[in-house]
Design a binder for this molecule. Structure first.
Ligand SMILES: NC(=O)c1ccc[n+]([C@@H]2O[C@H](COP(=O)([O-])OP(=O)(O)OC[C@H]3O[C@@H](n4cnc5c(N)ncnc54)[C@H](OP(=O)(O)O)[C@@H]3O)[C@@H](O)[C@H]2O)c1
Length: 302
């Protein structure tokens, strides 16, 4: 069976994806900055900041999935944090690319995460498709450069797939859902800002299935939006979350200015949000296991 190498495989998405790939019989290894993260999996060390990578990580792989990157929601977006968010995705992709090129490694595919932030932190009724351009704001430009780094693999004749991912819903502690649950469980569910911003989401099982499809199906090439075909606003999302947990939803909205004060520029990920289309994936034949938010939340929470 083929060997899949996952950069950032120790993260929220990577952990579940590694397990699902292993269950399908794939040999799975991860690229990590530290050896202790996963005892079950073969871990290859790398240090993207200092351009160091274990060459065997590349020589032994058939497919590479690039998930590595500093978390965008962990800390305030200072100048140095923004640089880290970008560099940790781009320098790391470049490091893999240079090693693949040096070894003349004939990878079967390079599959990279990207994010719906590509379309910008905008609240509007436009439904963004893969044909839209990247926005000019920080996340839009970060995703653009991240995707350009991934697309270098095309110059080597390697099939390249990019998954512009929405908010990933999963059970794990540390995932976004576990953080959203805290106020709701305490009975303080309320919307952020005016609550009208869209919140594109995807269930972790569907996202992992999509990564597996990107390995197995050569028609998954280029950019795809990895979002469920279900438009939710921040308000409708929070209402559904509260309803699923049998909790009230009557608190006033948390004002945008307060979120800006506490979180700075990073608050855009909470108070702005566009509609993003899942049509390209559906036309490609992808069948979502969880296409509606209430069934996704029931699956994860009950
Ligand atoms: N989760 C979501 O809702 C979501 C939504 C849209 C897009 N995405 C994208 O999908 C990818 C995977 O998401 P995730 O939620 O699994 O991310 P995550 O839990 O934050 O994990 C990403 C992994 O990247 C590695 N990493 C962190 N900082 C790094 C740095 N400075 N340099 C190099 N590597 C670093 C870490 O691995 P080691 O510590 O082992 O090196 C970490 O486990 C990310 O690129 C993310 O931006 C996620």
């Amino acid at each position: 069976m083929a060997q899949v190498l996952i950069s950032g495989g120790s993260g929220v998405v990577g952990k579940v994806l590694c397990e699902k790939l292993r269950m399908k019989g794939y040999h799975v290894a991860i690229l990590s900055r530290s050896i202790n993260k996963s005892k079950k999996l073969k871990t290859y060390l790398w240090d993207p900041t200092n351009n160091q990578i274990d060459p065997e990580a590349i020589s032994s792989s058939d497919y590479i999935i690039h998930l590595a990157g500093a978390n965008i929601a962990e800390k305030r977006w200072t100048v140095s944090r923004k640089k880290l968010i970008l560099d940790s995705r781009v320098q790391s992709a470049n490091l893999i690319f240079n090693e693949v090129k040096k070894q003349k490694k004939e990878l079967k595919a390079f599959i990279s995460a990207s994010a719906i932030g590509y379309y910008g932190s905008i609240t509007s009724d436009t439904i963004f498709t893969e044909d839209n351009h990247a926005a000019n704001d920080f996340l839009g430009q970060t995703c653009l450069v991240w995707e350009q780094a991934a697309r270098q693999f095309e110059t080597l004749g390697i099939r390249t797939s990019i998954l512009r991912t929405g908010l990933v819903l999963n059970k794990e502690k540390g995932g976004a859902l576990s953080k959203m649950l805290i106020p709701v469980k305490m009975g303080f569910a309320s919307s952020m800002g005016n609550g009208k911003q869209y919140l594109p989401w995807i269930h972790i099982d569907d996202l992992c299935e999509l990564y597996i499809r990107a390995i197995e199906n050569i028609s998954i090439e280029g950019a795809f939006n990895a979002v469920a075909p279900d438009f939710q606003t921040n308000k409708s999302f929070t209402q559904t979350l509260a309803k699923t947990l049998n909790k009230p939803f009557f608190f006033p909205n948390i004002p945008a200015f307060l979120l800006k004060l506490v979180l700075g520029e990073m608050s855009v990920i909470l108070i702005k949000g566009s509609r993003v289309s899942a049509n390209k994936l559906i036309k490609n034949g992808f069948i979502f296991k969880f296409s509606k938010l209430n069934s996704a939340l029931r699956n994860l929470l009950n």
